[in-house]
Write a protein that binds this ligand. Structure first.
Ligand code: ATP
Ligand code: MG
Length: 434
């Protein structure tokens, strides 16, 4: 990659080895994008999280690019690009590279903020300095010029990163007043893998003073930030801070117990399951109706809502590790919620749940598979009953017998049921787990 003189209005210094590594490891799509913008006579910079995370030597999950080309100029350079956020200068280039689709945002300076969430106007510009000034935190306000091999850090982001400090670009209270989402971003970044970070005095106070601005932020955006935060490794201190600062009230209103939340994490659990387990634990002291109301108000996706409501109800109701039958029923009842349930149980009671997790991991797969061996039509023809709720109960009850006793075929399920005295009604509980 070659080019003329640097075009930025802020002085850069040469790249450190981590940033050279970052550039050397860019995939062919990103290299192509950078070269094309540069060959068209514009500048391009890597900005935001990738610059921060490579300094912290953690793996990158996306790359944000900025350019002095306007959105329409960028769309001419990349005819297949999509104007995903044209009002704010963002175009997206569809890509199957390491980071999926790539976004490029035109350098901009934001006008006055209205609604406490978006600027009244944005001015596309040519100033890298102004673009870095509009960014939220110093650790996020650094840039790399991949053509001229320069690093820009006009606000001392690297120093903050090294000392584990989170501070706003400019006056913290003004920046949080402008855009309330920055409150959520601040808490999320405090427990980000590139940290942990402690907010400086200015930001700490502003977070308390501006907390009401969370009212102006859409529930979807709050949920996005909060759910991402819950998927990080260690979040306990930050959640305590959110409770103390009053921010948690805007997410989960009422008094919540944050203790044990870091125990929810265990080796091998995915970020998604960890988030579900933690959210369930946070909601465990509420009754079912309140849990549903809180989740509805947060506009969580249906899949999350269903898992969290079931897991929350079950926390602390665990099978005896001595009984294989109970363990088998428990595993079937949990299905895909097994890992998040284990996560929530760990937060609830570390020792008990580790014993249970070990017992479950040693439990062999069911010899008859995970589905009922006796079908509804088989029950109807054998018992001569009409379809209806009784059919469902019988089917569940027979499945329960199949699982509890690890029965391999349907004839043996009937035999077992009859040996228990079954004629035409379930004998006892038909649900898999309560
Ligand atoms: P992550 O690693 O989670 O992606 P990120 O810092 O890259 O963290 P993005 O949401 O991808 O987060 O945002 C990219 C960059 O855009 C940020 O680093 C920051 O510079 C800027 N930014 C994002 N949201 C805001 C905001 N609300 N106010 C100011 N700047 C923001
Ligand atoms: Mg990012």
């Amino acid at each position: 990659m070659t080019s003329d003189e640097p075009t930025s209005d802020v002085s850069g210094k040469s790249l450190s080895s981590v940033h050279i590594d970052l550039l050397e490891n860019l995939d062919s799509t990103l290299r192509m994008i950078i070269s094309k913008v540069s060959e068209s006579g514009f500048s391009i910079w890597i900005v935001g999280g990738a610059v921060r995370d490579s300094l912290s030597k953690i793996s990158l999950h996306d790359i944000d690019l900025a350019s002095n080309a306007t959105p329409s100029e960028l769309m001419q350079i990349f005819p297949s690009s999509i104007p995903t956020g044209i009002a704010f200068g963002t175009i997206t280039i569809p890509s199957k590279g390491n980071f999926g689709d790539i976004e490029i945002t035109t350098l901009r300076k934001d006008g006055t903020y209205i609604d406490r969430r978006r600027p009244e106007s944005v001015r596309f510009g040519t100033s890298l300095f102004e673009d870095l000034n509009r960014r939220d935190f110093k650790i996020n306000a650094m840039a790399i010029d991949p053509i001229n091999l320069l690093f820009y850090d006009p606000h001392g982001g690297q120093k903050d990163l090294e000392s584990g400090i989170l501070s706003a670009v400019g006056e913290a209270s003004e920046r949080l007043e402008e855009d309330g989402l920055r409150i959520m971003r601040a808490y999320r970044l405090m427990c980000h893998e590139s940290g942990p970070f402690i907010p400086d005095e200015n930001l700490s106070q502003a977070l308390i003073d501006s907390v009401e601005n969370l009212n102006s932020i859409s529930r979807e955006r709050i949920w996005m930030e909060f759910s991402t935060l819950l998927s990080y490794q260690n979040v306990s201190e930050v959640l305590h801070r959110m409770v103390d600062d009053g921010a948690m009230n805007y997410i989960i209103p009422g008094s919540i117990d944050v203790s044990g939340i870091d125990n929810c994490n265990f080796e091998g659990i995915t970020g998604y399951n960890l988030m579900i387990g933690r959210l369930s634990l946070l909601l465990k002291s509420f009754d079912e109706e309140t849990v549903t109301k809180i989740l509805d108000e947060l506009l969580v996706p249906n899949k999350v809502r269903n898992s969290v409501t079931s897991i929350t109800k079950r926390i602390g109701i665990i099978p005896s590790t001595e009984s294989k039958g109970c363990l088998r029923r428990y595993r079937i009842a949990l299905g895909d919620d097994m890992f998040p349930q284990m996560s929530a149980e760990r937060g609830h009671s570390l020792q008990e749940s580790d014993k249970l997790r070990t017992a479950l991991s040693l439990l062999p797969a069911l010899s008859g598979g995970d589905k009922p061996l006796v079908s509804g039509s088989e029950i109807l023809s054998r018992l001569g009953i009409e379809p209806g709720p009784l059919l469902g109960e019988i089917k569940q009850w027979l499945f329960r017998i199949q699982v509890e006793n690890d029965i391999p075929d349907s004839d043996s399920v009937w035999e077992k049921a009859e040996s228990l005295g079954f004629i035409d009604k379930p004998l006892g509980e038909h649900r898999m787990w309560v």
